[in-house]
Design a protein around this ligand. Structure first.
Ligand code: NAP
Ligand code: ZN
Length: 348
C-alpha cells in the first residue's frame, strides 16, 4: 500500500478537506497513474451529499481523471511509463458476463466497480476517486488520450464526454436530424459539440437566457428558452432526438411535446422518480423515453479518438484543490462555464 494525499468528505454535510488514503500496490495487470487533472462532475456533488442514497464515507470523488503512467505491472501490455492516460467512471467489472462481453461494462451483470464510492475488490473498503495524487487501475479500464488535445480540457471527456457521446451515437444522430440538448452545463455543452460534429441541426433547450450566445458558440444552430411557452409551441413535434441532462427530477411532458413522430428523449441527468408522464405524450406520435449511463470502455476510447479527429475538448475553468467547496457551490448555483477542472499539482 502507498499513502497518497486526497480530498474528500467525511459525511454528507461536511466540506471536502485534505486527507490521506491508501492505494494498492501495483498488481501484474495494473497501471499506476500520477493524476495531473481531474474534472468536477455534478455526480461528485450528488455522491458527497448522499443525494442518491447513503454514500460510503469518506467520499473521495473524481471520475474525470487524466494523468501520466508512473509504474506498470509485469503483465501490462497496453501502457508504459510516461504514457498520457485517462480514467473515467469505471475501474473494474467481471469481464465475463454478457454485458462485459458486449463492451457494456457499465451494465456489468455482476456489478461494475465505479471509480469512487463502490465496493473495492482489492481492499475491505470502498473505492476512492481522482481528487488525489495517484490512482492504481487495471489496464483494461485505462484510456489513451489523443496527443493533439489540450490535456486539461480532456479531463471532462472521461465522464461528461462519454455520457453525451454514447446516446447520440446509439440513436444514430447524423445530418438531416434535429436534435435538442436540455441543460447547458457540463454534460450539455459536450452534447452540443458532439451533436454539431455529427452533422445534426442542434438546438439548445435552456432555462437560462444568458447562455444563448455561448450555446451558439458551442455548436447550437438555435436556442429555445424552455420557460417561453410560445417558443416551445413553435418547436412542437419537430425533434428527432432530445438529450436531457437536467440534474434533478422535473416535469418532462413539455419536452415530450417537442418530439416528432418516432422521436426519443434520452434521460442522462435525473436518476430519481420523475413526475407523472402523460400517456398521450407517448402514444400520440409513437414516442419513447429512454435513459443512458456513461458508456463502455471501447466506446469511451472511440469517443476520445473522435475528439482527437474533430479537435473537441471541454470548455473549462481551472481551480486549485483548495477551492473545491466554492466550486461545488457554484455548480449548484448554475454558475460554471462549463466544467471545473482541478489542477492536481495544487495538492502536492
Ligand atoms: P451541471 O453542470 O450542473 O448542468 C446541469 C444543467 O441543467 C444546468 O447548467 C442547467 O442548464 C440545467 N438545470 C439545472 N437545474 C435545473 C432545473 N431545476 N430545471 C431545469 N434545468 C436545470 O451538471 P452536469 O455535470 O452536466 O450533470 C448533469 C446531470 O447528469 C447530473 O445529475 C449528473 O449526476 C448526471 N450524470 C449522469 C451521467 C450518466 O451516465 N447518466 C453521467 C454523468 C453525470 P440551463 O441553465 O441551460 O437550464
Ligand atoms: Zn460524472
Amino acid at each position: 500500500m502507498t499513502e497518497v494525499k486526497a480530498y474528500g468528505a467525511q459525511d454528507k454535510e461536511a466540506d471536502l478537506k485534505e486527507m490521506t488514503i491508501e492505494r494498492r500496490d501495483t498488481l501484474p495487470t495494473d497501471v499506476k497513474i500520477k493524476i495531473t487533472y481531474c474534472g468536477v462532475c455534478h455526480s461528485d456533488i450528488h455522491t458527497v451529499r448522499s443525494d442518491w442514497g447513503p454514500s460510503m464515507y469518506p467520499v473521495v470523488p473524481g471520475h474525470e481523471i487524466v494523468g501520466e503512467v508512473i509504474e506498470v505491472g509485469d503483465e501490462v501490455s497496453k501502457f508504459k511509463k510516461g504514457d498520457l492516460v485517462g480514467v473515467g467512471c469505471l475501474v473494474d467489472s467481471c469481464q465475463e458476463c454478457s454485458s462485459c462481453e458486449s463492451d457494456l461494462e457499465q451494465f456489468c451483470l455482476n456489478g461494475a466497480t465505479w471509480t469512487y464510492n463502490s465496493k473495492d475488490k482489492h481492499t475491505d473498503g470502498h473505492t476512492f476517486g481522482g481528487y488525489s495524487q495517484e490512482v492504481v487501475v487495471d489496464q483494461n479500464f485505462v484510456l489513451t488520450i489523443p496527443k493533439n488535445l489540450d490535456t486539461k480540457a480532456v479531463a471532462p471527456l472521461l465522464c461528461a464526454g462519454i455520457t453525451t457521446f454514447s446516446p447520440l451515437h446509439h440513436w444514430g444522430v447524423k445530418e438531416g436530424m434535429k436534435v435538442g440538448v436540455v441543460g447547458l452545463g457540463g454534460l450539455g455543452h459536450m452534447g452540443l459539440k458532439f451533436s454539431h460534429a455529427m452533422g445534426a441541426e442542434t438546438v439548445m433547450i435552456t432555462t437560462s437566457e444568458g447562455k444563448a450566445e455561448d450555446a451558439k458558440r458551442l455548436g447550437a444552430d438555435d436556442v429555445l428558452i424552455s420557460k417561453d411557452k410560445d417558443a416551445m409551441k413553435s418547436h412542437k413535434g419537430s425533434f428527432d432526438f432530445i438529450l436531457n441532462t437536467v440534474p434533478v427530477s422535473h416535469d418532462i411532458n413539455p419536452y415530450l411535446e417537442l418530439l416528432a413522430i418516432d422521436g426519443t428523449m434520452c434521460m442522462v441527468g435525473a436518476i430519481e422518480p420523475l413526475p407523472d408522464v402523460h400517456g398521450g405524450n407517448l402514444i400520440s406520435g409513437r414516442k419513447s423515453v429512454a435513459g443512458s449511463l456513461i458508456g463502455g470502455i471501447k466506446e469511451t476510447q472511440e469517443m476520445l479518438d473522435f475528439c482527437g479527429e474533430h479537435n473537441i475538448v471541454s470548455d473549462i475553468e481551472m481551480i486549485d484543490m483548495s477551492s473545491i467547496n466554492e466550486a461545488y457551490e457554484r455548480v449548484q448555483n448554475n454558475d460554471v462555464k462549463y466544467r471545473f477542472v482541478i489542477d492536481m499539482e495544487s495538492l502536492s
